[in-house]
Design a protein around this ligand. Structure first.
Ligand SMILES: *Cc1c(COP(=O)(O)O)cnc(C)c1O
Length: 415
């Protein structure tokens, strides 16, 4: 007898149903989130979750892999086409796992890495002391410039010369400007260092040619598949052919066991979708929406770190308008009005990371719903009203109703 989730486990079923409503009725501005297509959702929710497939296509440690081999090979071939990469590994379970595999492939404990710190817009896996990247390797950080908020390539160059790191990482989670991967690779190669470009956030822009690609310049390129790329939650590594073997064995058996074949199927579907012309239009609209949102926030008096955005996100410094409002309180007030954002530290932060003085806003998810410039102007207005009255219940409830009404006009692709 087939039993539904609802019959077997009502607690989990009803939490999922509530989550569907939450996603539907809120404005999602978390820059790292998105909504997958129903095709991706179908692949990820498939029977492939039943299959063990340790190893790689046609070189597996388990029988019965003929179908999953087809799927993983499709994912690899499509990713190669999408990014022009020489070698691709689609098995990393997440962006963090992808980075950890690259480190495992080329570094020994105690080796030196030069990276952008989390506080400057980087990522935990770029040498944070509480991440294995910070525990196993000797970490040196370059920063963003205090004056401009932009990555300080001159400092990177000086540190590369002085410290001789084995690997330089470049990539960010909260940085709104275009990154010069070519320049980073020139700096690294002049000092004999390798480069890991982490495009977790901007992969969709890179895939469609709307951001300079690191693939021709950098030995290793890692990404997530669930941010601007709009695929399932997961990671991927691209590399030059000479590192193919080292990368593959660093993923399996180096740092992972069996691949998640249902997620790899979702990645294959995501790459197919990303190869279509509509995907470039989508990425273009993400950028346009972010530019308008930033422009409106600035018009409302907020300072945007670096003064604006070239990509899908922006870092708002709240202090210019609301001196005493923390990022945490702003996040909570907006959540009460069904606008979902995350607080973020800003360069030269004066508060603790738990409170923070900034908000990170991104447009990939609202753009997936079909929102355009007109809605961005409305959203900026909602944010201003909420943050000016963070404790006023009737104002918050008024905006919440407006948000729900707006969302009703822009259905999700996957419900
Ligand atoms: C999101 C992100 C990651 C990690 O992705 P997870 O899938 O959450 O592990 C790595 N690097 C950067 C720059 C990111 O923004």
């Amino acid at each position: 007898m087939l039993q539904s989730l609802k019959e077997i486990d009502f607690a989990v079923f009803s939490a999922i149903e509530k989550e569907k409503i939450r996603q539907k009725e809120q404005i999602e501005l978390i820059a790292s989130e998105n909504f997958v297509s129903s095709a991706v959702l179908e692949a990820v929710g498939s029977v492939l979750t039943n299959k063990y497939a340790e190893g790689y296509p046609r070189r597996r440690y388990y029988g019965g892999c003929e179908n999953v081999d087809v799927i993983e090979q499709l994912a690899i071939d499509r990713a190669k086409q999408l990014f022009g990469a020489e070698h691709v590994n689609v098995q990393p379970h997440s962006g963090s796992q992808a980075n950890s595999a690259v480190y495992t492939a080329v570094l020994k404990p105690g080796d030196k890495i030069l990276t952008l710190s989390l506080e400057n817009g980087g990522h935990l896996t770029h040498g944070h002391p509480k991440n294995t990247s910070g525990m196993l390797y000797k970490v040196i950080h370059y920063n963003v410039s205090v004056a401009t908020g932009r990555i300080d390539y001159d400092q990177m160059k000086l540190l590369a010369k002085a410290e001789h790191p084995k690997l330089i990482t470049i990539g960010a989670s909260a940085y709104s400007r275009a990154i010069d991967f070519k320049l980073v690779s020139e700096i690294a190669h002049s000092q004999g260092a390798l480069v890991l470009a982490d495009i977790a956030h901007i992969a969709g822009l890179v895939a469609t040619g709307l951001h300079q690609s690191p693939v021709p310049y950098c030995e290793f390129v890692t990404t997530t598949t669930h941010k601007t790329l709009r695929g399932p939650r997961g990671g991927m590594i691209m590399c030059k052919e000479e590192f193919a073997k080292a990368i593959d064995s660093a993923v399996f058996p180096g740092t992972q066991g069996g691949p998640l074949m249902h997620v790899i199927a979702g990645k294959a579907v995501c790459f197919l979708e990303a190869l279509r012309p509509e995907f470039k239009q989508y990425q273009n609209q993400i950028i346009k929406n972010a530019a308008i949102l930033a422009e409106q926030m600035i018009a409302n008096g907020y300072h945007i770190v670096t003064g604006g955005t070239d990509n899908h996100l922006m870092l708002v410094d709240l202090r210019t308008v609301h001196e005493s409002l923390t990022g945490k309180d702003a996040e909570v007030a907006l959540e009460n009005a069904n606008i979902t954002v995350n607080r973020n530290v800003i360069p030269n932060e004066t508060r603790s990371p738990l409170l923070a003085s900034g908000l990170r806003l991104g447009t990939p998810a609202v753009t997936t719903r079909g929102m355009k410039e007109k809605e961005m102007v409305q959203i900026a207005e909602f944010i201003k009203v909420v943050l000016s009255n963070p404790n006023d219940k009737s104002t918050i409830s008024d905006i919440k109703h407006k948000v729900v009404d707006l969302c009703a006009k822009f259905p999700l692709p996957c419900q």
